[in-house]
Ligand binder design. Structure first.
Ligand SMILES: [Zn+2]
Length: 212
């Protein structure tokens, strides 16, 4: 796929996320791996109104080479790519229901959401909670890097999800699945629920191993 097409894909998928309320203001950022570096949404930009020509381009060392300056959360993406050589794209949002779950007191930090549906198990699997760090604190990158070898999706406490995919569409769809499952979890929270059994989860993992 040409870089022009990849830039257009970032713009249209970002606008779709914004138009459906999955991100707001200038929050959220997207990156995509190129053969010789990365494309990344610029700092201060709205995902609803990106200009393909102004998307940041970084070289293979992570240095800014063209376009506007990259998102201040570029280090989150870098930490994930560092440990996931097959990741082709990463989406990070402050999506409301995912953030709400990340603020709950009684969640399991090793795996935040129960396996409510097969699609959640297939697209996300397990979701560890990364402890809270102030915006820009580079210890957050260290914490993400520690988890990223074993998980293509993590949830930052009181902040939001970071999700890698083999392609941009894959990363967007997995982020949407996470947000919808967070919404579902909040809808049934406190009710007697019947998540998938460990046997059902193991069966799904055999049939649909996560490739990211
Ligand atoms: Zn963020």
């Amino acid at each position: 796929m040409s870089e022009t097409r990849q830039r257009d894909d970032i713009v249209s998928l970002a606008k779709s996320l914004f138009d459906r309320g999955l991100t707001f203001g200038s929050s959220g950022n997207i990156s995509l791996r190129l053969e010789d570096g990365w494309l990344m949404t610029p700092t201060g930009s709205s995902l609803g109104d990106l200009d393909p020509a102004r998307i940041s381009k970084l070289d293979s060392e992570g240095r800014h080479v063209s376009g506007d300056a990259p998102t201040k959360e570029a280090f989150l993406h870098g930490a994930m790519y560092d440990r996931r050589p097959n990741a082709g794209a990463i989406v990070h949002l402050h999506a409301t229901h995912s953030v709400a779950v990340s603020c709950l007191h009684d969640i399991d930090p090793a795996n935040v959401l129960p396996p409510l549906t097969a699609y959640y198990v297939m697209r996300i699997g397990t979701l560890p909670l990364i402890p809270y760090f102030a915006p820009g604190d580079l210890d957050l990158a260290r914490a993400v890097r520690e988890m990223a070898s074993d998980h293509h999706a993590v949830l930052l406490a009181n902040h939001g999800p970071v999700v890698a995919g083999t392609s941009l569409r894959d990363a967007v769809h997995a982020t949407e699945e996470l947000e919808e499952t967070a919404k579902l979890f909040l809808a049934v929270h406190g009710m007697k629920t019947r998540p998938l059994t460990p046997e059902q989860v193991a069966d799904l993992r055999r049939r649909h191993p996560v490739r990211t």
